[in-house]
Write a protein that binds this ligand. Structure first.
Ligand code: ZN
Length: 308
């Protein structure tokens, strides 16, 4: 069984005209997952998250500062890419709450896996800094929450968004209990993610790819590096930072993946989770900025998850 969590409040995070991270992304995801082939999904609303779980990964001062930064009208710019509107805070907290609720459902065995379709994304948010459209790192919070609440010793965050998850790497850099694995285009925003960045305990696994690499090299990065590292680490829960901006249609990058590459990697991670984690996977939406590419890719990803 696959759980799908989302919330209409995530449409209320407004971004400037022409910004790629826009409400239509979530409408596109809802449209495709509304097709009859996804009727077997169990659907629920992402609840608002609690501030104390955000504190598992982010600095208390930063959380407080951000909470008071949301404007009552218009937009407040945090950096050139990242802004807050009146609806941003609730959207962000639905993202946190969705990731946590999905983790609860998976850890309690109520569902095998879950996909959390919320926005804004999270993987660029560092311990004390918003960045790259992101405010709180939902995937990282889910991993720490599972550890705190369910006594998980080892969790893994696997990130196939085309951008490096500098925030997730920052949060787990010195934490030997959470493995962070990423494929991403390099050079590209945010500039981190070189193969030599391995964390204090060799639990950061970066597999940078290059402009135009395509599906074969993406799959090879998983087969030759990430999957063997994960297998050895033996995570009891896998969180996926599911960004779909490595799709060939995406305007922000040029890794040239096809939708089926996302289906393939999802099945690889499911096989691994079957062996080490009782099949438990929580997948949270990150990037993906071409609406057609996003639809096709989400469809391939969720179809794979439903095959459990
Ligand atoms: Zn991205």
């Amino acid at each position: 069984m696959t759980l799908l969590l989302s919330h209409l409040a995530c449409l209320g995070h407004d971004t400037p005209p022409g910004h790629p991270e826009r409400p239509d992304r979530l409408r596109a995801v809802a449209t495709v997952l509304g097709e009859a082939r996804f009727d077997a999904l169990v659907r629920g609303e992402a609840p608002e998250g609690d501030l104390d779980v955000v504190g598992l990964c982010h600095d208390a001062h930063y959380i407080d500062e951000l909470r008071h930064m949301a404007p009552s009208s218009g937009l407040v710019y945090i950096d050139g890419d990242t802004s807050m509107s009146p609806g941003t805070w609730e959207a962000v907290m639905r993202g946190v709450g969705g990731a946590v609720a999905a983790t609860d459902a998976v850890m309690k065995g109520e569902t095998t896996n879950a996909f959390v379709a919320t926005r804004p994304p999270g993987h660029h948010a560092e311990i004390n800094k918003p960045m790259g459209f992101c405010f709180f790192d939902n995937a990282a919070i889910a991993a720490r929450y599972a550890q705190r609440t369910y006594g998980i010793e080892r969790a893994a965050v696997v990130d196939f968004d085309v951008h490096h998850g500098n925030g997730t790497q920052d949060i787990f850099w010195a934490d030997p209990t959470v493995m962070y694995c990423s494929t991403h285009q390099m050079p590209l925003f945010p500039g981190t993610g070189a193969a030599g960045e391995r964390g204090e305990h060799d639990t950061v696994v970066n597999a940078p790819l290059h402009d135009g690499d395509g599906g074969a090299k993406f799959r090879a990065a998983f087969e030759n590096l990430i999957l063997p590292k994960l297998k050895k680490f033996s995570p009891e829960l896998i969180i996926i930072s599911a960004g779909f901006d490595a799709h060939r249609r995406d305007p922000l990058a040029s890794l040239n993946l096809d939708a089926e590459d996302f289906g393939w990697v999802t099945r690889q991670l499911m096989d691994l989770a079957d062996n080490t984690a009782g099949g438990r996977i929580v997948s949270v939406l990150e990037g993906g900025y071409d609406l057609q590419g996003l639809k096709e890719s989400v469809a391939a990803h969720v179809t794979a998850l439903m095959g459990a």
